[in-house]
Design a binder for this molecule. Structure first.
Ligand SMILES: *Cc1c(COP(=O)(O)O)cnc(C)c1O
Length: 392
């Protein structure tokens, strides 16, 4: 063990991967404020603000809207452990990594999983989604709205309509959509949606926003068995964070300050402005990618604007390109995994990181790294993006 330790001095990275995304300076500031106790009236003022601000980004009037103390995965496990009972059947739309994670959690609850499969990067059309649900007649249906492993968006309206016809509840993973693209929980008919703090909301990782429809709250009230998880039991979390303010766990106070500040920033920008900004920067980036002679993995019209998956060209080692960008320019992007390992990069242009300046920096660095690895681009990516901004 060393005698002394150097002061903490993390490298400055431009976070352009699938998350975490760059943190707003005001959010860092909020985290330095003195903490209060986890039962202090001031803390419940903060959680009250977090609730109403989350209702706005989720697009919901759900009273049961809160943040779980944990990352996005704890939001997923909250949804599954509270609404999937042992012996029930869950339909999962399987077209990427996070659907597999949901399936695994469902099995761990002792429930049956029925999966409709598609290759990673594709999505389900209304009729096939509907037929699957009507044939299977499950108790719960789960889909991933924004699949971060592939860069595709799965619309939920038809899934929710079919699920409600057979009396099933719908769980939606909105981890990469919340704060990046419209989620519209109420308009889509989603019963349980969960997310995270570190992707679209420009906050560090550590909290998982969750919202629950009145229909799902009613189901939970009548549930005959107990949630096997104490920590993620929504009945207990309701008594702590929303109703009686009774001790359940010591909430991470500084993270709640951070999330409140991040959500206030979203509110001040305005959702429509934010979504337009993220779409525009995606389009500028895609113009740059195409100008370089590269291809996007996901078809236009189904692309997840905040998470881009350009294909790795023949003969290029994706890891070497990433390492160059990190070492030479301090820019983080990630590679694909599972069936897309070595085939795509995953480039996040999300939350506060979605700016014209970052898109141009990113394209420049990406092109330099590609050229150093032997790729001959058709044209200049940065210039194509600049041309896009000039005419858009
Ligand atoms: C990131 C992510 C998760 C997991 O969130 P963590 O914060 O890493 O626990 C779940 N689902 C999707 C779609 C994600 O992108």
């Amino acid at each position: 063990m060393p005698e002394t330790y150097a002061p903490l001095n993390p490298p400055r990275r431009l976070l352009m991967g699938p998350g975490p995304s760059p943190v707003e300076p005001r959010v860092y500031q909020a985290m330095t404020k003195p903490i209060v106790g986890h039962l202090d009236p001031y803390f419940f003022e903060v959680t009250g603000d977090v609730r109403s601000l989350l209702q706005e980004v989720f697009g919901t009037a759900n009273e049961f809207t809160l943040a779980i103390s944990g990352t996005g995965t704890s939001g997923m496990e909250t949804a599954v452990s509270n609404f999937v009972e042992s012996g029930s059947k869950v339909c999962v739309f399987a077209n990427g990594y996070f659907c597999d994670r949901i399936s695994e959690m469902v099995r761990r609850q002792g429930a049956e999983v029925a999966r409709l499969e598609k290759p990673w990067g594709e999505t389900f059309v209304d009729e096939e989604a509907r037929k699957f649900i009507l044939d299977e007649k499950p108790q719960v249906v789960a889909f991933v709205h924004a699949e971060t492993s592939t860069g595709a968006v799965q619309e939920g309206k038809a899934i929710c309509e079919a699920a409600h016809e057979v009396g099933a509840l719908v769980i939606a993973d909105t981890v990469t959509s919340l704060g990046n693209i419209p989620v519209n929980v109420d308009a889509a008919g989603i019963d349980i949606a969960y997310s995270c703090s570190q992707k679209g909301l420009a906050c560090p990782p550590g909290l998982a926003p969750v919202t629950v429809s009145p229909r799902a709250v009613e189901w939970l009230r009548r549930r005959g068995t107990m949630n096997r998880s104490f920590y993620l039991d929504l009945k207990l979390l309701d008594e702590y964070l929303l109703s009686a303010h009774k001790y359940h766990h010591t909430a991470p106070i500084s993270m709640f300050y951070a999330l409140r500040e991040a959500l206030v920033i979203v509110h001040e920008e305005g959702l429509e402005n934010r979504f337009r900004r993220i779409e525009r920067n995606h389009k500028a980036f895609a113009a740059g990618i195409e100008a370089m002679g590269l291809r996007m993995h996901v078809e236009e019209g189904r692309r997840l604007y905040p998470l881009n998956t350009p294909c790795v060209p023949e003969g290029v080692d994706d890891a070497k390109v990433r390492a160059r960008m990190l070492n030479e320019d301090g820019i983080e992007i990630l590679g694909g995994f599972g069936p897309l390992a070595g085939k795509v990069w995953r480039i996040g242009i999300m939350g506060a990181g979605s700016t014209k300046e970052n898109v141009l920096l990113l394209l420049e660095s990406f092109q330099r790294a590609l050229e150093a690895e032997g790729y001959r681009p058709a044209g200049n990516g940065r210039q194509a993006a600049e041309a896009f901004y000039a005419q858009a």
